[in-house]
Ligand binder design. Sequence first.
Ligand code: AMP
Ligand code: MG
Length: 487
Amino acid sequence: MSWNFDNSYARELEGLYAPWQLDPPEDPQLLAFNRALADRLGLPLGEASDDERARLLSGAALPPGAEPIALAYSGHQFGHFSPQLGDGRALLLGEVIAPDGQRFDLQLKGSGRTPFSRNGDGKLVLGPALREYLVSEAMAALGIRTTRALSVVTTGERVFRQGFHPGAVLLRVGASHLRVGSFEYAVAHHGAEQVRKLADYAIARHYPAAAEAPNPYLALLESVMDAQIALVASWMHVGFIHGVMNTDNVTISGETIDFGPCAFMDRYSAETVYSSIDEGGRYAYANQPNICRWNMARLGSALAPVIVEEDKDGIDAANALLGAFPSRYHAAWLAGMRRKLGLAGEQEGDLDLAAQLLMAMEGQQVDFTLFFRNLARVPDGGRQEIAAMFGDPARIAAWLDHWLERIATDEMPASKREAAMNAANPLYVSRNQKVEEALKAAEEGDMAPFEKLLDIVRNPFEERAGLYDYTLPAPAGSPAYVTYCGT
Ligand code: AMP
Ligand code: MG
């Protein structure tokens, strides 16, 4: 087996990246390696020693066929346009073609300074590298589209972030690293011709059917919008808060990317924010769909020059498409909520039923994940347990009656409901306090808690003995959980 690289981005998109050199780490040590993913990609690492793996996966050695480049992109950060971002601490090694023909980017993250580093050091520290590994694996196991982590290698360096921490390099695998910010860069720095080139590339790579549409660029916008709607709806269903939905962190492929300040919400509140820098709550839990729509409007603006070149009325069509965002989003959200609520059929009042549940939970300190597992047991007499989750049990009583009436008229046989709900509602997510424990131990040299948690979140739906502690939110009255971007 060899490395099956085919570096189409470097070949076709000159002007949208800088070729760059590896910056070999001093003492690469392999800490985490995703063997199943390496095999799925067809990488020749199965027989390699940990030492060889550490070198190839950290930038100490160049895998044959890799051509390191730093991608250029812009981005709206918290609503403000930054024309010059780009891979400041990442390097694209290239694209590998897996045995099934699928194409994947391999990207080193934390591999040193690049022409886009601005004032940054180009480094990543161990905690955030492991956090991305863990949470992206959790997301994949939940069936949510996401970039994946192939490995984490410590570099032997100490990196300064509010004190010194072990430096690390993460190897990230994704369908691509094209983002909304890539298009914003193309239009801001090069103009319509480069946007067209990038759009044609994105269509060929991710949405080939769009090439056949009357206006391929409008069709691209629509495809990305639908993919992002599906993605954000799936986040909402599991209580995932991304934390930094800037346009440079919004993929064209529809995968979750950039696990900086993200977290799973435990006690439900629509306004939940964990990120230390999100002071205005722009990226709060319930605001994620609105921001997704705003981000799709930014993509629409970047594509506008080529949309109108194809069709002078194309902007009206793009606006009409963006206008359809709320109804499409609600349809995607409702479809997932029906699965969570054990409904196989579709009835008129379902949207209200789902929305009223969230209203009932607000302010009640109810754990979002556990609620749905407990709900599945209500028809068999688990009503007390659900009521006990609420500060004021009266808040949920009427809703439960409503739900019991609704399921009584549903197509799904009652005997199938609990299993169906448990297949849609995870029992194990990467609980914030467990993540912190695991990362702290890892920094002190003990990888066992990380490995245990990784194993748990990789199998999120099936209850296993002895893991009760991993199903619980942080104890009531714990200090508010805070996450950081400065990774
Ligand atoms: P992020 O918050 O990870 O989406 O990063 C936003 C931008 O800042 C991207 O262009 C990153 O490459 C850049 N950046 C973040 N951290 C660093 C760092 N330590 N060194 C250089 N660039 C960085
Ligand atoms: Mg980013």
